[in-house]
Structures are given as structure tokens and as C-alpha cells.
Design a binder for this molecule. Structure first.
Ligand SMILES: Cc1cc2nc3c(=O)[nH]c(=O)nc-3n(C[C@H](O)[C@H](O)[C@H](O)COP(=O)(O)OP(=O)(O)OC[C@H]3O[C@@H](n4cnc5c(N)ncnc54)[C@H](O)[C@@H]3O)c2cc1C
Length: 489
């Protein structure tokens, strides 16, 4: 039998993880791989393209290797290129690293590269083959396809897309923000890591004097403290699995118990932590004290993030809702901290009233006479005015707002090859990451990965979760083994 013809559509972190797994598992002679992506994103992915050196990866370099089984690989790479850094590295440097490892792995696998986006996918159920067609109308035939295209569009909560000075996709910041001068004022919607990147750039690099900053909840992440090695004792993979009942469910109460006991074991109290750090921007300011309990908790999240995924996978929909209600804000505050330098810049700007945190924003409208955006509270009172509005509201996992980049997904949905999952992204079987098609049923040679399946695979933006998940799938598909007894994740 000839080699299996495999397409990897989209080569960001997930595409690289798949390539790495094919190579590490000795499958070079079994497959003939072709990778598709635009040249600017190839081997980097959307978040790690060329950009300002002030846009930082939110994980310490010690936690961001491309291969979860070689955790110090990134550190070795930074030594090799003689790059001087302090814990965090700029995202473009991380992109260079991923790109280097991608090209090496592609060479090792003798894989092919097509520097084009894919615009459509067709499936012939007679000979069970896929036809991949690119935007330049080149077509290729495959036996297996991995979709790794990510999700890039954001929600547009105030319906502002039609206005030129509404910057919807903010990356790369150095291109998207080059029209702005220090005389301008700006509003940034969304206070997560993207919002923080934008606010920092506007203040630190473009020297704006007035930046409004808000979200619907104003839940800010904390500043990252010292990394400590604290492994969970109770909230562990084994204990979680032991709580699964014979019908395949874990109750919210069991998850909650394990988590609360875990916190107690380390002298941490959830309510106290929320009281101290959960109060809007004051929580971020408070976190600059970097006390030991904060560092402990943040460090533990390195282990907790992938475990939430397990917990969520085995919960009913209503238990997932309870989980989000109880732990959603907690995870936002402590689970993905912001680099300390960035937090310091924002807090200093806040002290100087350059950064203005707005509460109770109800609407934003564009005033054609003044050419300014007006930010309104629920009584229709203007509480801020700005020339520019930046959208940092987070990925639109429902994919209702996407235009060009989701071209391929639109095509798959239109042909009923794929469908949107209720929690976002597209629907796949968790164990095999195979696409569930309304037309063809379970497509056992069409897989989707990464951010594209973040509804099914909750909390999967964590780098090692993506890597391990790809490796599990490759092991299971080709070698009929996987890392854990339950290799659903
Ligand atoms: C703005 C932003 C910042 C982030 N920052 C961090 C961070 O600091 N730390 C962290 O852990 N996580 C971060 N994340 C989460 C991040 O998404 C994941 O860690 C990871 O990069 C996701 O990998 P992916 O391969 O699934 O998607 P992506 O990295 O988005 O890669 C998808 C790739 O598919 C390509 N593609 C899209 N459509 C097509 C098509 N039709 N044909 C061919 N190719 C296509 C794109 O060009 C892209 O290269 C960030 C996410 C975003 C959006």
C-alpha cells in the first residue's frame, strides 16, 4: 500500500504539534504530508506573526516549548540565538522559534508546503477522498485532512464594524496601529490579554494621553509573580478520573470539592483571593505586591488549566454552567496572568489618569458631526469620547461574525461537512477529533484541532494542552496507543 496522503490545513501551533507527533512517532514512511497556510502565518500561527517587540507571550519562556516532552527546548533555542530576556519573550520571537521548529520538522518528514490559504474542501464518499482547493484555485487530493485553521474573528458587541476608525482585528499591532498619533484618544473594549496588549502599546509605544479601557465585566487578570513548582495533590488527573460514574459523568460538586481541598492544602482560600484580587482594576494594582500566595496559585494553574478541560469534558451541560458561574472569574483572574512589566506600565498610566477604566458602559455610537465615538452609560449619558475604538473582546467562537478568514469554515458548513458546536467552534468527537458531519456522519479521516474545536475541548488555548492533544490523536490513530487510559483530551 502506498503512503497515506495527509493535508494539514493551517500551520500555527496546532499544525506544528501534529507535524511533531508524526515525526516523533516514526510515521515518516507511512505518510506524505502537505501543509497549507499563507506565507506570513506559516509556522507561526495568527498570534505569533511579525509584530512589535513589546507584544509579549503571556507564558514564561520556560513553559512554552513547542514539544511538551522537551520542556526546555525554547530555552535552548533562546540561548542558541543569544536572545537576552527576562522570563517572558516577545511574541514575534516566539513566532520565529515556532517557525524554525516547523521548517526543521517539515524537512525531517519530507513534507510539502503550499503557501496558500485553502478556500474549500470536498469529500467524495465513493472513494473516500478529500479535495482541497486553495484561494488560487489549485486542487489537491488527500486521504486524510487535519483542519488547524484557528479562529481569528471577534465579537462586535456595539455593531461598529462599518466605521473606519473601529479596529476590529488588532494584530499585528505595528501595522494596525500605525495610523494613530499621540494626539489621538482611544477606547479599548475587552480587558483580557489582547486588550492589555493594545492598551500597553497605545500608552507605552504611541504615547497616547487618553485611553479608555473596559469590558462588560471588568475582570482583569493579575500580574504574574515568581514561578514556583507546585504540583496539585488533590485536583489531579487520577482523582478526577476516579470520580467518573458508570455513565461517564463527573458531578460539579465532586470537581468543586477537589478544587477547594487543593486550595486549602496550599493555604489558599478562594473567597479571600477574590476579595483581594477580584475587584476590577484594583485587583491588578494589588497583584503588583506579588505576595507568595498569588505566585503559588498562578504557578499551580500550569497544571490546573489542562485539568479543567478533563473536568469540563465529563460534566453535564448544566454542571458546566455551574462550573463557569463558580470558577469562571477565578480562572480569568489567576489562570492567565499578565507579564509584570506590562501590569506596571498600565498601573502607572492609571495613576496618571492616562488610562481610564470605565464602569457600566452600555453602548458606543459614532457621532458623524464630531467624527468621534461616544461611550454611553445605561442612562444614555456620555462617559467618554475617543477617535478610535479597538476590539479586544475575544475570539468569536460562535463564528457568526467571520468574513474572509473563515472562508473555509463557511464552505464546510454550507456543504454540511461540519457544524458549529453549541459551546463554540466546530463539532468533533472528543476522542478522535473527527468532524461530525450533518451529511456524512462521523468523518473518520477529517480531524479538527486547536482553537477551532475550543467548544468541545474547553480551555484549550493552553499551549501544552494543544500539543498533548495532537500527540494523543496521532498515537491513537496510527499506533493504537495513547498516553492515558482515557485519551479523549
Ligand atoms: C491574539 C491572540 C493572542 C494569543 N496569545 C497567546 C499567548 O500569549 N499565550 C498562549 O498560550 N496562547 C495565546 N493565544 C491562544 C492561541 O490561539 C493558541 O495558543 C495557539 O496559537 C492556537 O493555535 P492554533 O494552531 O489552533 O491556531 P492559530 O495559531 O491561529 O493558527 C491557525 C493558522 O491557520 C491558518 N489558516 C486560517 N485559515 C486558513 C485557511 N483557510 N487555509 C490555510 N490556513 C489557514 C492561519 O493563517 C494560522 O496560521 C492567543 C490567541 C490569539 C488569537
Amino acid at each position: 500500500m502506498g503512503k497515506e496522503r495527509v493535508a494539514i490545513v493551517g500551520v500555527g501551533l496546532t499544525g506544528l504539534s501534529l507535524l511533531t507527533s508524526y515525526y516523533k512517532n516514526g510515521l515518516k514512511d507511512n505518510v506524505e504530508i502537505t501543509c497549507f497556510d499563507s506565507e506570513e502565518s506559516f509556522g507561526r500561527g495568527f498570534p505569533f506573526r511579525e509584530d512589535s517587540m513589546n507584544v509579549m507571550l503571556n507564558l514564561p519562556a520556560s513553559n512554552a516549548s513547542y514539544d511538551y516532552e522537551e520542556p526546555f527546548d525554547l530555552i535552548s533555542y533562546l540561548d542558541e540565538i543569544d536572545f537576552d530576556y527576562d522570563t517572558y519573550i516577545p511574541r514575534p520571537i516566539y513566532g520565529d522559534y515556532l517557525h524554525t521548529r516547523t521548517m526543521e520538522t517539515i524537512k525531517n518528514l519530507d513534507a510539502k508546503i503550499v503557501y496558500e490559504l485553502v478556500s474549500s474542501l470536498d469529500y467524495c464518499d465513493i472513494d473516500e477522498t478529500f479535495t482541497v482547493t486553495t484561494v488560487e484555485n489549485n486542487s489537491y487530493e488527500f486521504d486524510r485532512v487535519h483542519l488547524c485553521t484557528g479562529i481569528t474573528d471577534q465579537k462586535d458587541p456595539y455593531d461598529l464594524k462599518e466605521y473606519d476608525n473601529f479596529i476590529n482585528n488588532v494584530y499585528p499591532l505595528k501595522d494596525k496601529l500605525k495610523i494613530i498619533t499621540s494626539e489621538d484618544s482611544a477606547a479599548v473594549i475587552g480587558v483580557g490579554l489582547t486588550g492589555i496588549d493594545v492598551a500597553r502599546y497605545l500608552i507605552d509605544e504611541l504615547d497616547l494621553k487618553k485611553v479608555y479601557f473596559f469590558s462588560n465585566s471588568n475582570i482583569f487578570p493579575t500580574a504574574r509573580g515568581e514561578d514556583q513548582d507546585i504540583e496539585p495533590i488533590y485536583f489531579t488527573e487520577d482523582r478526577l478520573y476516579s470520580k467518573i460514574d458508570k455513565y461517564g459523568f463527573i458531578s460539579f460538586e465532586d470537581v468543586e470539592d477537589l478544587f477547594i481541598i487543593e486550595l486549602k492544602e496550599h493555604g489558599l482560600e478562594m473567597d479571600e483571593l477574590l476579595e483581594k484580587y477580584g475587584k476590577d482594576f484594583y485587583g491588578l494594582i494589588k497583584s503588583l505586591d506579588l505576595d507568595d500566595e498569588l505566585s503559588k496559585l498562578q504557578s499551580m494553574f500550569k497544571y490546573l488549566n489542562p485539568l479543567y478541560n478533563i473536568a469540563k469534558y465529563f460534566m453535564t451541560t448544566s454542571d458546566k454552567e455551574k462550573f463557569n458561574k463558580k470558577f469562571g472569574d477565578f480562572i480569568k483572574i489567576f489562570g492567565g496572568p499578565t507579564p509584570l512589566t506590562t501590569a506596571e506600565i498600565l498601573c502607572e498610566a492609571y495613576e496618571k489618569a492616562t488610562l481610564i477604566i470605565l464602569d457600566g458602559v452600555d453602548d458606543i455610537r459614532f457621532n458623524h458631526a464630531s467624527n468621534m465615538f461616544e461611550i454611553l452609560d445605561k442612562n444614555n449619558r456620555i462617559i467618554g469620547k475617543s477617535n478610535y475604538v479597538f476590539n479586544a473582546t475575544g475570539l468569536d467562537k460562535t463564528m457568526q461574525t467571520q468574513k474572509d478568514r473563515r472562508l473555509l469554515i463557511n464552505d464546510l458548513i454550507d456543504k454540511e461537512i461540519a457544524s458549529i458546536y453549541k459551546d463554540g467552534g466546530i463539532t468533533v468527537l472528543p476522542e478522535t477529533k473527527t468532524v461530525l458531519s450533518p451529511k456524512y456522519g462521523n468523518m473518520d479521516k477529517l480531524h479538527a484541532h486547536g482553537v477551532l474545536i475550543s467548544g468541545v475541548q474547553a480551555n484549550n488555548s493552553y499551549i501544552t494542552t494543544l500539543e498533548r492533544s495532537c500527540d494523543n490523536l496521532i498515537k491513537k490513530t496510527y499506533l493504537n496507543t495513547c498516553i492515558k487510559e482515557y485519551c479523549k483530551l
